[in-house]
Design a protein around this ligand. Sequence first.
Ligand SMILES: [Fe+2]
Ligand SMILES: [Fe+2]
Length: 300
Amino acid sequence: MKGLDIFRNEYLETVTNNSNTLSLLGRGGGIEFMKQTVQKDKLMILFPGENADVQEFFYILNGEMELKINGEISRLIADDVISVKDLEEVIQITAITDVTFLSVSNAMVFHSLSEGIKELRSIGEIVEKKDRYTYRHSTRVSKYAVKTASKMKLDRQRIDDLFIASILHDIGKINIPEEVLNKPGKLTDIEFDLIKKHPGDGAEMLRKTAYKKLADIVEQHHERINGKGYPFGLKAEEILLEAKIIGVCDSFDAMTEDRSYRKAFTAEYAMREIRRLSGDQYDPEVVDAFEKVLQQEGKI
Ligand SMILES: [Fe+2]
Ligand SMILES: [Fe+2]
């Protein structure tokens, strides 16, 4: 039935580290729904939140845990709920027996634990080391992209997906030789053809993971609305909005960083340039939203 999905003994993804098993049961509407098991005598650690808006709940299905705060011990058993928001200190909870619980979170916690994504993120880190001029590029692009998308009122699910896609947007550069990435002069046609392969290569890598639905976003981040982008030369409506958002944030970040062949441009200059190409290369609505983000951040 439309709007209804039933999954039986089928997890989106499962991660196991020495004493913990975490299965992603569902993800949507900005929340993640997980089942977790902690083995007897092992610890479950709750970390202080970096973001005060993050709320997490843990509902114990079976087993027994023990929590020590200021020397006082609390026992946690089936049907107990732990609620965590804006935690000020690290908390350690010991499993007295094997424990299984459900957890719900409005933050994207799973991707940071997910093996598939972890591997891709480490590829992203290698790329940023290879290309001397992209250090922390993906992180900055992801921040701009999420803010731009919120301005455009995309729903939580799409923003979460965009976040991961933007972190991983350039992983396909792993296949580009370092000399080409850092070449000071103009690229030859052959070299540029190598560069043009990175969106497709990145998408291929994602298609092998549980995050395959993000592959198209990654594949399209260098498409431009006038059809002159790559790899496909898609036009306006053919390009995913998420890819258009990454396209703008990516161009801005590239312009405002030093490159092998030129110094960084100022934020004002880069924004003027993007505005000049709005409606031609970049989606005007994305450009408007992005400009508001920069203004609010005091960057322009
Ligand atoms: Fe790229
Ligand atoms: Fe990029």
